[in-house]
Design a protein around this ligand. Structure first.
Ligand code: FES
Length: 247
């Protein structure tokens, strides 16, 4: 395949960025999107140019590190798929592909396509944990959890914290991410002792980090590579209301 890539280049958070155009040839349709960028970087390095910075780790859709807006869509055109699991056969030979970083005030650009997502870490630190000893697998199985509840908690736990929900939202809202974490723990018996404090602290930190509010556009659900449901946002709002009244 032969492609034209329009890639965002930016030295750091304080300098202005710009689009840079690269022509790439001999791209295998079976290569992943990140492998295609790897090959471009090898060519840039061979030419004595700065390679394009982008994030990746697992490259198998489980860590949430890869964060590319591809043709205007976080993680690209294939639904339920991370950028690292996207393959070049999904694009048309000869097409132009635009690649940008997540764009949100709470995710400042570090360099090129890399953004600082430590705001998510601070939200988790404020309440996204349980402080009971869950023991080994055998001990955990001694706590009966109904199948429908276990399934719902597991669906919420599938969130990989990539931040695509924020990147897709016109308000840069992190409510899908936060609600998935709140839901997962609020549904399970292990999450009950800190249930009220958790939702208040996580929502408070989310607001303090500069994420916007949800206005029910559902863009987050549409781009989530793990297809997390917006129904978790409704549960988080109920949890937050109950915690505010009780406390
Ligand atoms: S690199 Fe881990 S999800 Fe993409």
């Amino acid at each position: 395949m032969r492609l034209t890539l329009r890639v965002w280049r930016q030295k750091n958070a304080s300098e202005a960025g710009r689009m840079e155009t690269h022509e790439v040839a001999d791209v295998s349709p079976d290569s992943s999107f990140l492998e295609m960028l790897d090959a471009l970087n090898e060519d840039l390095i061979a030419d004595g140019k700065e390679p394009i910075e982008f994030d990746s780790d697992c490259r198998e859709g489980i860590c949430g590190t890869c964060s590319l807006v591809i043709n205007g869509i976080p993680h690209g055109p294939e639904s339920g798929t991370t950028a690292c699991q996207l393959h070049m056969r999904k694009f048309t030979d000869g097409s132009t592909i635009t690649i940008e970083p997540w764009r949100a005030r709470a995710f400042p650009v570090v360099r090129d396509l890399v953004v600082d997502r430590s705001a998510f870490d601070r939200i988790i630190q404020s309440g996204g944990f349980v402080s009971v000893n869950t023991g080994s697998a055998q001990d955990a199985n001694c706590l009966p959890v109904g199948k429908p509840v276990a399934d719902e908690a597991f669906d919420a736990a599938a969130c990989i914290g990539c931040g695509a929900c924020v990147a897709a939202c016109k308000n840069a809202s992190a409510m899908l991410f936060v609600s998935a974490k709140v839901s997962q723990l609020a549904l399970l018996p292990q999450g009950q002792p800190e249930r009220r404090a958790r939702v208040r602290n996580m929502v408070g930190t989310m607001d303090a980090e500069g994420f916007g509010n949800c206005t029910n556009q559902y863009e987050c659900e549409a781009v989530c590579p793990k297809e997390i449901s917006v129904s978790h946002i409704a549960r988080m709002n109920r949890e937050y209301f109950a915690a505010s009244v009780v406390d």
